[in-house]
Design a protein around this ligand. Structure first.
Ligand SMILES: *Cc1c(COP(=O)(O)O)cnc(C)c1O
Length: 368
């Protein structure tokens, strides 16, 4: 993939989010005829040798990028993170109970959905503080009969991120940890020794909407409730290498190109260094400003999603209009939180964050 000199705007969307320009260019170049096959990827049988090769490469690249151990299976599913909120309890709860650590909108949604399938306990919640911290695992109220413990490892809306995953075994809990890593997958390494299952939609950090990544430890397969749809039974999906039903072939292909791009950038460790630098640049600017504020506790701040507020909210529209005029798109905050949100996923270069900081500085100067 050759680097392109970009003239495109910087896109701060929370999702579906920016895709590396090189990936978009390659997908465009291969659109009508993939590798001399005479077919677009969208027109191929998912059981043909062309698509199988695309699939196998994507799976292998992802396994390498995320250092997924051999005892975990990689599944490419559909329905997004929201469907997984049901699919996880259908497969893992055994109809008994599960524990949820509620740290923002996404874990709250997961808890609510799981209640359709099992007893869902709140092991800890930061709702009372407004979702700006993370609860110390030592204080979590873990139920002895819980089949799993669910966390959202990066809360996309509230901008709260676990800097290390909880070690449930050290807390005396044998249940597997389930992480919703939709919005920070591949932005930092994953400690798989602490994880039983991870899921995430691709449209934040891995590619287009339509494919959901599930990484699941093998011993957790085969326990689905009888009512679980076959297409959502992890064992069925795993046994059929994600081809029990027609997989989202185009989305898997573009995600696969993104995996190649990530490898060319130096992999997840290099992305993590870049993401630390990007988020530090933005948070440092905000923290030194009298004009903008981020309310999240410093040790819980997300490297991917940075919600911030203008202290004078009457200037929000002017701020967004000025940003758009400079080619800085989709900075409006989520409606439940308000203010602004800059999502700075892997595809956002540090130059994009610098351009945002420049706008923020300039806007502050012209307003005072
Ligand atoms: C976006 C997001 C989801 C939902 O993804 P869908 O593809 O809309 O189902 C779930 N969890 C987190 C953390 C997200 O950021």
């Amino acid at each position: 993939m050759t680097a392109a000199a970009s003239t495109r705007p910087y896109n701060f969307s929370a999702g579906p989010a920016a895709i590396p320009e090189e990936v978009l260019r390659l997908a465009a170049a291969e659109m009508l005829d993939w590798h001399g096959s005479g077919m677009s990827v969208m027109e191929m049988s998912h059981r043909g040798k062309e698509f199988i090769s695309i699939y196998e490469q994507a799976e292998a690249d992802l396994r390498e990028l995320l250092a997924v151990p051999a005892q975990f299976r990689i599944l490419f599913m559909q329905g997004g993170g929201i469907a997984e909120n049901a699919i996880v309890p259908l497969n893992l709860s055994r109809g008994i109970s599960a524990d949820f650590v509620v740290t923002g909108s996404w874990s709250q949604k997961s808890l609510k959905e799981a209640r359709k399938y099992c007893t869902a306990n709140v092991a800890a919640s930061t709702e009372a503080e407004g979702y700006i911290t993370l609860p110390d695992p030592a204080g979590w109220q873990l139920a002895s009969d819980a089949a799993y413990v669910h966390i959202c490892s990066n809360e996309t809306i509230h901008g709260v991120e676990y800097q290390t995953l909880p070690d449930l075994k050290a807390l005396g809990c044998q249940a597997p940890l389930v992480i919703d890593f939709s919005s920070h997958v591949a932005s930092r390494p994953v400690d798989w020794s602490r994880v039983g299952l991870a899921f995430g939609g691709a449209q934040k950090n891995l590619g287009p909407a339509g494919v959901t990544l599930v990484v699941v430890r093998e011993d957790l397969l085969g326990h689905a409730l009888p009512a679980c749809p076959s297409a959502f039974d992890y064992k069925t999906v795993a046994d059929n290498r994600s081809m029990y039903n027609t997989p989202p072939t185009w989305a898997i292909y573009v995600a696969g190109l993104t995996f190649q791009w990530l490898k060319q950038q130096g992999g997840v460790a290099a992305m993590e260094r870049r993401n630390i630098a990007k988020s530090r640049l933005l948070y440092d600017f905000i923290d030194h400003s009298q004009f903008y504020v981020n309310k999240v506790a410093r040790d819980c701040r997300s490297r991917m999603n940075v919600p911030f507020f203008l202290r004078d909210e009457s200037r929000n529209e002017a701020f967004l209009a000025g940003a758009k005029a400079r080619g800085l798109l989709q900075l409006k905050g989520h409606k439940s939180v308000g203010g602004m949100r800059a999502s700075i996923y892997n595809a956002m270069p540090i130059a994009g964050v610098q351009a945002l900081v420049d706008h923020m500085q300039e806007f502050e100067r012209t307003q005072s």
